[in-house]
Design a protein around this ligand. Structure first.
Ligand code: ATP
Ligand code: MG
Length: 263
């Protein structure tokens, strides 16, 4: 038993900004810190399931069974140890998830009920959401204590961020009064780019300086390599010094922020 782990949803309807990379970078940092996390893959692309060693050819139970009403016991049956090691477990996605539609508002809260029952076994539960603001992401936000918006500092990477913030407000008002916008994690920050600087200024005007988590995550080839090779970023040692430092610091912030969560 490690105490109540906060349930954290990584969101943005924009694809490719780094929701999965940030989820897995934080999981890697947690493992290096001797903690336990559960990664919940709520994306039919099943990227984090694949990186964490789930074999898509098997018909194991998945998060789809939990959305269908499996409860905490159903979730516990679907949780797998990841291929990374003891610190990271996986509630895998399923390619069929894309067709999921809630029959009513109660269906949206099923995932939360199930995950709250599991969260005590973990230091954090990290939900990797799909690039949409559709039903699945609504279920993810309805399940979460904290929402983190992942963005990249490009014109397209920032488009639609107000819609994400509005969706979080909507879930807070209607279904999940425990949900808090924890802030914005900025990913893929190039070493030198006037364009990125302008976009960061724009981001500050949209969300406010205090909402932006520090440090930002640098753009580094090794982050993509870690995903492609299905390995934790921490296993790259000196070749990944800056991203490792960034994920360690963000994990420490997430732990601090998690301690304020009450449910
Ligand atoms: N900091 C980074 N530096 C370099 N490449 C990165 C970084 N973060 C992510 N990438 C690469 O960008 C691509 C998209 O990242 P990722 O899959 O994490 O985004 P995503 O938001 O989860 O995408 P989707 O919306 O499709 O789920 C991947 O190829 C990944 O390796
Ligand atoms: Mg993803």
């Amino acid at each position: 038993m490690t105490g109540m782990g906060a349930i954290v949803a990584m969101v943005n309807q924009k694809g490719g900004v780094g929701k999965t990379s940030v989820t897995l970078g934080l999981a890697s940092a947690a493992m290096a810190d001797g903690r336990r996390v559960l990664v919940v893959d709520l994306d039919p692309q099943a990227s984090s399931s694949w990186v964490l060693g789930d074999d898509p050819a098997t018909s194991n139970p998945s998060v789809a069974d939990v959305l269908a009403g499996g409860g905490t016991s159903g979730a516990a049956r679907a949780v797998l140890p990841s291929s990374w090691g003891d610190g990271v477990d996986l509630l895998p996605a399923d390619g069929q998830l894309g067709g999921w539609q809630p029959a009513g508002s109660r269906d949206l809260t099923r995932l939360r009920k199930a995950l709250v029952g599991l969260a005590d076994d973990y230091d954090a539960v990290l939900i990797d959401c799909a690039p949409s603001l559709g039903a699945l992401t609504m279920a993810g936000l309805s399940a979460a204590d904290l929402a983190v918006i992942v963005v990249e500092p490009s014109a397209l990477g920032l488009r639609g961020i107000s819609a994400v913030a509005d969706a979080i407000d909507g879930v807070w008002e209607k279904g999940n009064p425990d949900l808090d916008l924890a802030g914005v994690i900025v990913n893929k920050v190039p070493a030198v780019s006037a364009e990125a600087e302008r976009r960061l200024d724009e981001l500050v005007t949209v969300v406010g300086r205090r909402a932006i988590w520090k440090p930002m995550i640098p753009q580094r080839v090794v982050i993509g390599q870690a995903i492609a090779e299905r390995r934790p970023i921490h296993s790259y040692g000196w070749r990944a010094t800056d991203p490792i430092q960034a994920f360690d610091a963000l994990w420490a912030s997430l732990r601090r922020r998690s301690r304020q969560v009450t449910r």
